[in-house]
Design a protein around this ligand. Structure first.
Ligand code: HEM
Length: 401
């Protein structure tokens, strides 16, 4: 029997996908996307897809299916992208990035985030509030600058160039306009990073990029193209996702004064639970994809080699088999019971420790510096983009030091 359709073409689905996902997950186990991929919705099935060797991440075929061709800047970027490689190529590149993402580098970011969220709240206090979606993006930027040891000016420049809608090119609905914007975005970002690499080659500093260049030259390990892509990879993965979940954090606490009061009672102890709960509730990425490299079966559905599978993250994140009363937002859940938000298996998010630290600091800043936090109007959710987020999230509050 063919699984029912997952209504990705319907705007109403994106505004609140959870009732639809619950119905499909509980009564049909799986669904099928409008472009024919099997949508996996239960925790155990999602885990199998990410952990079994018959499933790998989609490579160039993922963007070929969205109309990109060799020579397009986004296509060339994807060739070396860590998320698009599998097997030994993936292990090698991932090992190098992982070496740079040290716990010390993550800890360095905490005071930067706490300070910037506090400043943002202080700056807009007189006006009584602000649109979180519009203003929060600077926070992951500045933290990634601190993390990568690049100057805020350099970070702002990469960010400015990457603002043109690159993430939409990975969504389920790619139009010629989205393709053109994404190609322009990636061309501009890679040109800038290429200059940055040339600069650090000429004048090495004590920073991540110089260290990666040194690794390349000593052991002939990273090509120039790989270096450039790696750096833009980190930016592409870090900004939209983290700022989207930060916005959701403001949103969920503005809607739930009781949970915010609880967090306020012990911010340092509860920041972790608050972060995990927002990540579970509003996962940022709407889906993680895979492709079969052999005939196989998952969730009771037979698949031939070369078929695509989409894990719709809201499915496993609200699976009652893993999370009791899954539609309840509760910051006192066990924070070690992770959700599917950072995926799992060989492609498990490389920046998860950094994102978690940033979100924990944001939770502490919200608890410490706001009173009477509330939403102004109802937020609007974007449709059909990979990073599912609210378009506007106006808040009002009183600032306290
Ligand atoms: C809340 C914020 C974030 C979310 C929700 C998120 C989510 C994800 C997801 C779902 C994947 C895909 C895993 C797969 O293919 O199965 C991923 C991969 C990745 N993420 Fe994140 N991410 C976040 C923040 C970050 C940050 C801050 C960085 C950079 C420091 C980052 C860098 C990466 C990289 C490089 C990959 C590719 C890993 C690989 O394929 O081996 N992410 N992320």
């Amino acid at each position: 029997m063919t699984p029912p359709l997952l209504p990705l073409d319907d705007d109403r689905y994106w505004a609140d996908p959870y009732p639809v996902l619950a119905e499909l997950r509980e009564h049909h186990r799986t669904a099928v996307t409008p472009d024919g991929a099997l949508a996996v919705l239960r925790w155990a099935d999602a885990e199998e897809v990410k952990k079994r060797p018959e499933f790998v991440n989609e490579g160039l075929e993922y963007i070929e299916a969205r109309g990109f061709v060799p020579g397009d800047p986004l296509y060339e970027w994807r060739r070396h992208s860590v998320g698009a490689l599998n097997g030994d190529d993936h292990r090698r590149l991932r090992g190098l990035v992982n070496r740079a993402l040290t716990p010390r580098a993550v800890e360095k970011v905490r005071p930067v985030v706490r300070g910037h969220v506090r400043d943002l709240l202080a700056r807009h206090a007189e006006a009584g509030g602000f649109d979180v979606r519009e203003h929060i993006r600077i926070v992951p930027f500045l933290s990634i600058a601190a993390f990568l040891d690049i100057s805020p000016t350099e970070a702002a420049e990469v960010g400015r160039r990457m603002q043109g809608g690159g993430a939409d090119a990975f969504g389920p609905h790619v139009t010629p306009e989205i393709r053109a914007a994404a190609n322009a975005t990636f061309a501009a970002a890679m040109a800038f990073v290429s200059d940055l690499v040339a600069d650090r080659r000429a004048t090495p500093r004590d920073d991540l990029l110089s260290r990666l260049i040194a690794v390349e030259e000593d052991g002939d390990r990273l090509s120039n193209d790989e270096l450039i892509v790696l750096f833009t990879n980190i930016f592409a993965g870090a900004i939209d996702t983290t700022s989207s979940v930060m916005t959701s954090m403001f949103l969920e606490f503005a809607r739930r004064p009781d949970q915010l009061e609880l967090l306020r009672s012990a911010p340092d102890e509860l920041a972790r639970g608050a972060t995990e709960e927002v990540l579970r509730f509003r996962p940022g990425f709407y889906a993680a994809g895979s492709r079969t490299i052999a005939d196989t079966e998952v969730a009771g559905v037979r698949l031939a080699e070369g078929e695509t599978v989409s894990i719709v993250i809201g499915g496993p994140n609200r699976d009652p088999r893993r999370f009791a009363d899954p539609d309840r937002f509760d910051i006192t859940r066990d924070p070690t019971l992770w959700s599917f938000t950072f995926s799992m298996g060989p492609h498990f998010c490389l920046g998860q420790a950094l994102a978690r630290a940033e979100l924990q600091e944001t939770a502490i800043a919200i608890a410490t510096h706001t009173r009477d936090l509330e939403l102004v109007g109802e937020p609007q959710w974007t449709s059909r983009t990979m990073v599912n987020h609210v378009d506007r999230c106006e808040i009002a509050y009183r600032f306290v030091e």
